[in-house]
Design a binder for this molecule. Sequence first.
Ligand code: SF4
Ligand code: SF4
Length: 108
Amino acid sequence: MAFVTQCKNCSMCCNSKAFDCDEWFVSCSDEEVKAISIHKGIDSNEYFYIGNREGSKNNAIKTLENGDCVFKTDKGCGVYSVRPEVCKKFAESSPCLFFPERSTLVSN
Ligand code: SF4
Ligand code: SF4
């Protein structure tokens, strides 16, 4: 089973406080860190936790103090075309947190 979500790319769910967990990580592979860093022209170390970190098996995107992913913008995801796989798959693994009526459970 999976969810099909008519996602508005509002990025309201791109915030750690939207999730009922102590720590929130958006995991990224080395390739994803590289692709995002090249796309944005940024220093990876400023925007990612590199290497294993407690609670994460992989690299992870940093969050701001208000819980926002560092790539969240007022217009949605700031790295949408190169966003990590975990972000692409999120809407398939659970219903939209803020607009559940936009998600439909379907058989694979
Ligand atoms: S899954 Fe929902 S909250 Fe997240 S970006 Fe899409 S519409 Fe917004
Ligand atoms: S990379 Fe984009 S889609 Fe993923 S959590 Fe950050 S703002 Fe949201």
